[in-house]
Write a protein that binds this ligand. Sequence first.
Ligand code: SF4
Length: 220
Amino acid sequence: MLFGVNLIPHPSISGVKIIENKNNFPISWLNTQGYCEYSIFLENVRKIITAPTRAMIQGSREHSVLEEKFKEEAEPATFDEMLESSKTAEILSRELPVISASYGIRGFIDEVWMTPDEFIIIDDKPGTVAYPSSINQVYGYCMAFKDMIKEDRKIVASLRQRGTDNVFWASYFDEKAEKKINYIINHMHELISGTKDFNSTDNPNKCNKCRFNRSCDRRV
Ligand code: SF4
């Protein structure tokens, strides 16, 4: 039991769970999909295991440091309590679990600022480039979050340079953003259900940096 719901493993795709009879995938896949969706296939369908990259190790170290620092001063509260308190005061939450059974997505948001006027959803990134794939990922968090709150306060999607206060990209999660990410989420579900094939990148620079490049049959 995680996120307060039963997660049933998918019979053949390792990162996918079945929640309320619908496939549910990690929101971070929206980022991977933008880089090369074939790597999702290699890792979760073919189940190829690779050593973590240096960037992954460093990212998880920095994550833990921020998390520990936050816990020293944090007061535990439920999601509903935070929503309620934030109607009159600013609340900050880290590693907030979000799940949407209806969209079939789940994940942990690096940081959320809840204010009486809006919610700011922050995803920490190693650099300062707002790649379309990074934007898709933070939009995915916004989508799941919006599905959980069922209220009208505005949602802002933001990307921040990891380990700093530098928010280098931010945008309202408006109707256009919602439509865009809904399209990509549906595309992911088509890949998972097998109605579409996983595509691979034709960019050799991506393959050179990819942790699956030694075992990939589509490397360019
Ligand atoms: S090696 Fe290239 S084609 Fe293969 S998974 Fe990695 S990025 Fe995609």
